[in-house]
Ligand binder design. Structure first.
Ligand SMILES: C[S@@+](CC[C@H](N)C(=O)[O-])C[C@H]1O[C@@H](n2cnc3c(N)ncnc32)[C@H](O)[C@@H]1O
Length: 247
């Protein structure tokens, strides 16, 4: 879950429910609290919704019902869609290891199938044969899906690249996506990553960037039984690393 958006929702709910009769509700607000059980008045509820969308500068239809978690997830998806679909632009040429140099690294493996997770504008499609690009928010992708929705595909990839894309929200959000990548990776295959150590996007204040580090990569390698083959500093304070799946 996006903890920045969660905090925004909680802060605004506390303001909307700032009366003694709501004390029990406000002191127990959590991800699973439902809007139905809060008993918020219609006028306050309208203002709460408007304030959230205005603060996030978001023009989107949200189903303001069910749990706080479900509303936070919808806001996160709509915001990411706006940011990654319309605002964010690639800077591939600036990277020493995770830019165009990666094309040769991947091609060295002579892969029969390559998956680009969070491919953005799908820039590697033309340069690496047999590449499928997936991205939930960019319509230049081959399939507009989150890696989580791509998990049951009955295909194994010799190489998977994930450049700045498995980098959002909580450690658990990262873990489930890495687990799915690992499932899709063929034995002896490699996963190439560019990760951001937590530098927030200037024009995307509501995107929560996870704080990747060498230690986190090392721990995940251990957890998934992978070898951490390379770990290098790339431009823009991004990190480059490669996981290898034993043959
Ligand atoms: C920093 S951009 C990098 C795009 C591309 N890999 C590149 O280097 O040009 C991050 C990308 O990850 C995508 N993304 C965000 N959440 C994702 C998820 N859960 N699964 C797959 N891609 C995701 C975004 O839509 C965006 O295109």
């Amino acid at each position: 879950m996006n903890s920045k958006i969660f905090k925004l929702v909680i802060d605004n709910l506390e303001e909307a429910l700032n009366l003694p009769k709501y004390e029990d509700v406000t002191s127990n607000l959590n991800e699973q609290t439902t809007f139905e059980e809060m008993g918020i008045t219609p006028v306050k509820f309208e203002k709460f919704k408007e304030d959230i969308l205005e603060t996030m500068e978001l023009d989107a239809k949200i189903r303001w019902e069910g749990t706080i978690a479900s509303v936070v997830d919808q806001l996160d998806i709509k915001y990411s869609s706006m940011f990654f679909g319309e605002i964010w632009k690639p800077q591939t040429e600036m990277y020493s290891y995770t830019g165009w140099a990666l094309v040769d690294e991947v091609k060295k493996l002579n892969p029969k199938a390559v998956l680009d997770v969070g491919c953005g504008y799908n820039q590697f499609k033309e340069r690496i044969p047999n590449l499928t690009g997936i991205d939930p928010y960019n319509n230049m992708s081959d399939y507009q899906v989150d890696i989580l929705e791509y998990a049951n595909v009955d295909e194994h990839f010799d190489a998977i690249i994930a450049l700045g894309s498995i980098n959002f929200n909580s450690l658990e959000d990262i873990r489930v996506r890495l687990a799915n990548c690992n499932k899709l990776l063929a034995k002896g295959g490699k996963m190439f990553f560019r990760v951001n150590p937590g530098i927030q996007h200037k024009n995307g204040p509501w995107v929560e960037v996870f704080e990747w580090s060498f230690e986190v990569a090392h721990n995940f390698a251990k957890e998934f039984g992978l070898e951490l083959e390379t770990f290098k500093q790339d431009a823009n304070d991004r990190k480059y690393f490669v996981f290898v799946k034993p043959a």
